[in-house]
Design a protein around this ligand. Sequence first.
Ligand SMILES: C[S@@+](CC[C@H](N)C(=O)[O-])C[C@H]1O[C@@H](n2cnc3c(N)ncnc32)[C@H](O)[C@@H]1O
Length: 277
Amino acid sequence: MSVPAYDRIGLSYSAVRRADPRFETAIWNALGDAGIVLNIGAGAGSYEPRDREVIAVEPSPVMIAQRPVDSAPAIQGVAESIPLGDKSVDATMGVFTMQHWDDVDRGLTEVLRVTRKRIVFLTLDLDVTAQMWLCSDYLPEIIEHDRQAFPTIAHLQAVLPNLQAEPIIAPADCTDGFCVALWSRPEAYLDPDVRRASSIWHLLPPAVVAGGLDRLRQDLDSGKWDDCYGNLRTQATLDIGLRLVKAELQGAEAHSSHIMVRGLKVRRSQTRRGPSR
Ligand SMILES: C[S@@+](CC[C@H](N)C(=O)[O-])C[C@H]1O[C@@H](n2cnc3c(N)ncnc32)[C@H](O)[C@@H]1O
């Protein structure tokens, strides 16, 4: 395994990226009756349920080292090659992780292989995220970059059976300081410690980041940001594109239009055999 990116990015992760209790409740409810849960791309352990058996899989030792002492055991590994047997967990969860996988389809094939009942991901619908002011007015490069990394909801719907996507509306006081979560706190983007815990600030060219943040700083100083968006400072919630996607696997065979074959999405009808002779 090559050196995981989060060994560099994740050094102060758990200080800024604290699980938000409202997202936690939504994820735990979506896990339903699952007794054994795989948390893939588990990081420092955010959002893991405490009332069930959890197995964490995470590539970065730096992230694993930030897991609380009483958290579930973590195995170093990647989604593309999950170190678990077929149908060995009731549910798999993954929070803000798919965009980091080298091969999303390979990872989803693996998740389908190890999971018996259901799959729950918290991810972004970038068509909605693109409308958030940071992305629309200051750094459209965030969305340009992320479109290469995040699977679309339509892609997930084609690959994972019986998929439902539920909007999770972001509270203004969200405790998980991921990039667009700071929609009501524009000054936070000017704090390097806050930016350090979100990968996008490490992935964009430094000159692009500096240019966007300079424009934001100027607009905050001049009052232009508040003229345009000051109402957000007192708004309670905003749809920033967060989506809880949930796939039900039991009885799924008849419903899914595609299956994955060696990492490729193939229409189910193309895989049917002809009449036997
Ligand atoms: C934004 S962090 C999210 C961590 C955690 N799920 C959370 O909500 O705090 C993304 C995580 O995905 C992990 N990751 C990166 N590549 C991965 C891969 N190929 N398979 C599984 N996880 C991966 C990173 O190391 C990192 O811990």
